[in-house]
Design a protein around this ligand. Structure first.
Ligand code: NAP
Length: 252
């Protein structure tokens, strides 16, 4: 039997890197996708291999369809795809909607939303029993921003994650009888480099006293939830959106 393979988009840093390290426990070959930081991706691969796991890194911009197709073809070379973690995502500088350019919106939705759709499409083609696959699991990484809306900061980001919530539930129903489960994890404020990439390197420090647990979460705390949803331990869970936010934005 060929190796089972899981793709983690944006696996080189932050939450995605923690997810890659933890998924090794399920025995799959891990495809560590990255956009530009090859050194970080290779470090994740080396750590997994040192721990006795199998992993390779693949550069692909999830906002580009041709890159995504190449990413999935690389997975096919490694074995049978059984899982996808749609984790790659970006924020941008704080702006009001009346300041946002088309280019900004195009980048935001191409990476956070269309990229997740294209990757889900390619995963379903390979995993669905309808297409001759043996089934599998998709976990989308959403955001508490889908409920908070992020006014004055990044309404575009929040809207992209709102669409991820909807896609999760809808796709879960679409493929429920094809042995594919689709779930999401919705993080709150997590201590990663994404905040600096949005021009707010101090965001975690500034917000933590306002958070219900008075601290930000860690990438590992999010990855533990992803691991559960990717494992057989959650075999009757599909269409679920799991808040891993330390209580932030948990009210409907
Ligand atoms: P991060 O530390 O900034 O890491 C982002 C990862 O995504 C990196 O591996 C990066 O690759 C990759 N990436 C970025 N653009 C990409 C593209 N176009 N194609 C492929 N890969 C790309 O982010 P994070 O905080 O771990 O966030 C991960 C996910 O959690 C995102 O979807 C984010 O929206 C969500 N989230 C985060 C928080 C938080 O507070 N941190 C809260 C809610 C939701 P390179 O290393 O090559 O740049």
């Amino acid at each position: 039997m060929s190796d089972s393979v899981v793709i983690v988009t944006g696996g080189s840093r932050g939450i995605g890197a923690s997810v890659c390290r933890k998924l090794v426990a399920l025995g799959h070959t891990i495809l560590v996708n990255y956009a530009g930081n090859k050194t970080a991706a290779e470090a994740v691969v080396s750590g997994i291999v040192d721990d006795g796991g199998k992993a390779i890194s693949i550069q692909a911009d999830v906002g580009n369809e041709a890159d995504n197709l190449a990413l999935f073809h690389a997975a096919d070379e490694e074995g049978q795809l059984v899982g996808l973690v749609n984790n790659a995502g970006v924020v941008d500088m704080s702006q009001r909607v009346d300041e946002m350019t088309y280019d900004r919106l195009s980048r935001m939705f191409s990476i956070n939303l269309i990229g997740s759709f294209i990757c889900a499409r390619e995963a379903v083609k390979r995993m669905s029993t309808k297409h001759g696959g043996r089934g599998g699991t998709i976990v989308n990484i959403g955001s508490a921003g889908s409920k908070l809306g992020s006014p004055g900061q990044y309404v575009d980001y929040a809207a992209s994650k709102g669409a991820i919530d909807t896609m999760t539930v809808s796709l879960a129903l679409e493929v429920a009888e094809e042995n594919i489960r689709v779930n999401a994890v919705r993080p709150g404020i997590i201590d990663t480099e994404i905040h600096a990439s949005g021009g707010a390197p101090d965001r975690v420090a500034q917000l933590q006293s306002k958070l219900p647990m008075k601290r930000a979460g860690t990438a590992d705390e999010v990855a533990d939830a992803v691991l559960w949803l990717m494992s057989d331990q959650s075999s009757y869970t599909t269409g679920a959106i799991l808040d891993v936010s330390g209580g932030r934005a948990i009210l409907p």
